[in-house]
Design a binder for this molecule. Structure first.
Ligand SMILES: [Mg+2]
Length: 212
């Protein structure tokens, strides 16, 4: 029972898309107005369409958003009130019953991520929750957070399991740090080269954790 589990949240514990458009639409509508000044009507519309599909930092990088655009977006995210109707995947109940120490490490905007955590009732399920805030100027990314956890807890990498869906985020970071990586493919995603294990249901965690 020495295993230490680090979970991702979006598309690992619940389906991110299930939030729906309504709670975040006011942010993107206002942001589109702001983008028009720099990019014009057509391109602003195109950028906002991409913001619906891809993470903010990826789009900010592609279109070279400046400090003003980044900080205004953060302001809109922080001012918005989130009334979310979200639920964990059904098999998350199995995770609740695992006896191992569990922490949550999630990337996004703090206020929105906190709203998800609260509406999903996750505070009581994890020993600690870390948010990798996209707009934090001192951002250390998930990899930095994982490293700090290893140091703080003084645990050997072989006992740490990263459970998540994103090959470019937690799975890559965990793999590079020599941690065990478990890819959760709820939607039939293809297996990542950074995944030591590949599951679609949390019941598959039990035999994996029973190995050691
Ligand atoms: Mg995810």
């Amino acid at each position: 029972m020495n295993e230490f589990l680090i979970f991702d949240m979006d598309d690992t514990i619940f389906e991110t898309k299930s939030i729906g458009e309504e709670p975040v639409k006011p942010i993107l509508d206002k942001f589109e107005h702001l983008l028009i000044h720099r990019f014009g009507t057509e391109l602003a519309k195109e950028i906002v369409a991409k913001l619906w599909k891809y993470p903010f930092d990826v789009i900010a990088d592609t279109y070279k958003f400046d400090e003003y655009q980044n900080s205004e977006f953060a302001r809109l995210v922080n001012e918005n009130e989130y009334n979310l109707k979200v639920q964990p995947f059904e098999d998350f109940n199995l995770v609740k019953n695992l006896k191992q120490e569990k922490v949550l490490v999630t990337t996004g905007f703090s206020k929105l991520q906190n709203a998800k955590i609260q509406h999903l009732g996750l505070e009581k399920e994890f020993n600690k929750i870390y948010i990798d805030d996209i707009l934090d100027p001192k951002r250390i990314f998930k990899k930095g957070i994982f490293k700090n956890i290893l140091l703080d807890k003084n645990i050997k990498p072989e006992f740490v399991y990263i459970v998540g869906d994103n090959p470019h985020s937690e799975l890559k970071a965990g793999f590079e740090l020599g941690l065990n990586t478990i890819q959760v493919a709820k939607f039939g995603q293809k297996r990542s080269e950074y995944a030591n294990y590949y599951i679609s249901n949390f019941k598959e965690l039990i035999p994996i954790l029973a190995v050691k």
